[in-house]
Design a protein around this ligand. Structure first.
Ligand SMILES: [Zn+2]
Length: 303
């Protein structure tokens, strides 16, 4: 009766704001399943980061980018394959060069269909956004690293290795000190652990911590998280510290042979107390589940 109705995950391009010279972000406005979207320009080309969920949103983003580009060539990349980030890429076919890292291209191909079904099940508003979805085929797939020259500005595309998903990719604009992290970082929210055994167990808490240590060491001036407000390098430190604490508190309890259920309840209470203002509390337990499995892996049989 008072069932939660998912708000329409609509991208609103009119909210776009400039973060640096020739670099704008279309903010998520705090709406679930809307990502922060980037548009980065150089003298001859423009790169779009993320599509929004479904063809309608992607069409709006493409129209915005097209107008912004004023005749410059268009590229598209996505931080990872999750539907609100990448499930509009087919709309860009023939209009932009779609460029991704190999692990993400694999995720799109292998995991895309399952996520399409899962997200359709999230509610009517989301299912409507996904109507007309078609799988996108990347134009360029790279392995280790890709430096995209937009003309007078080189953007660095780097896969991080498995963390939030198998195919996570970070995009940095060195001349502006801006980093797009995708869901490796959320602002004002608990880290999203897509831990859905047996269907998807790619997320890794331990590897995610290593990635965050590396990204924090890069000290970008501006961090554009997957969701939530744009911030500074403190966002990277926040996620790193949260993940470390989540791991330590989970593993300490597993060492004393506590059941996973009790660990989850205790750790969730502790984390909420630590970050009472953060949303997405439901992801804490998923994170505990993931870290329990990884605890098992590093200490077989437990203790
Ligand atoms: Zn994600």
């Amino acid at each position: 009766m008072d069932e939660f109705v998912m708000p329409d995950p609509e991208v609103r391009v009119e909210g776009a704001r400039e973060l640096a010279r020739d670099l704008v972000v279309i903010p998520d406005r705090g709406v679930p399943l809307v990502p922060n979207i980037g548009v980065i320009g150089g003298t001859h080309s423009v790169l779009v980061v993320e599509t929004g969920i479904g063809p309608g949103n992607a069409g709006e983003v493409l129209a915005f980018a097209d107008e912004y580009a004023k005749g410059r060539r268009l590229y598209l990349t996505t931080t990872h394959f999750h539907p609100e980030h990448a499930f509009g890429a087919h709309v860009f076919a023939g209009r932009a060069t779609f460029l991704v890292n190999r692990a993400q291209a694999e995720d799109l191909r292998v995991k895309g269909p399952g996520y399409l079904e899962m997200f359709r099940g999230l509610g009517e508003t989301v299912a409507r956004r996904l109507a007309g979805f078609e799988p996108a085929v990347p134009d360029v797939v790279y392995d280790d690293a890709y430096d995209l020259d937009l003309g007078g500005r080189v953007v660095r595309l780097r896969p991080t290795g498995r963390a939030h998903s198998k195919g996570d990719q970070v995009i940095t604009v060195p001349d502006a000190g801006v980093m797009f992290t995708g869901d490796l970082v959320e602002a004002g929210q608990f880290a999203i652990f897509p831990w859905f055994p047996p269907h998807d167990t790619d997320v890794s808490g331990t590897r995610w911590i290593t990635v965050m240590e590396r990204l924090a060491a890069e000290r970008p001036r501006v961090v554009v998280p997957g969701h939530g407000e744009v911030g500074g390098p403190g966002l990277l430190a926040d996620v790193r510290d949260y993940l470390r604490l989540l791991r330590d508190e989970t593993w300490a309890r597993r060492d004393s042979a506590m059941s996973e259920e009790s660990v989850a309840a205790e750790v969730a209470a502790l984390m909420v107390e630590r970050h009472p203002e953060w949303s997405g509390q439901e992801w804490i337990e998923k994170g505990v589940g993931c870290l329990c499995a990884e605890h098992q892996a590093v200490r077989p049989g437990g203790r």
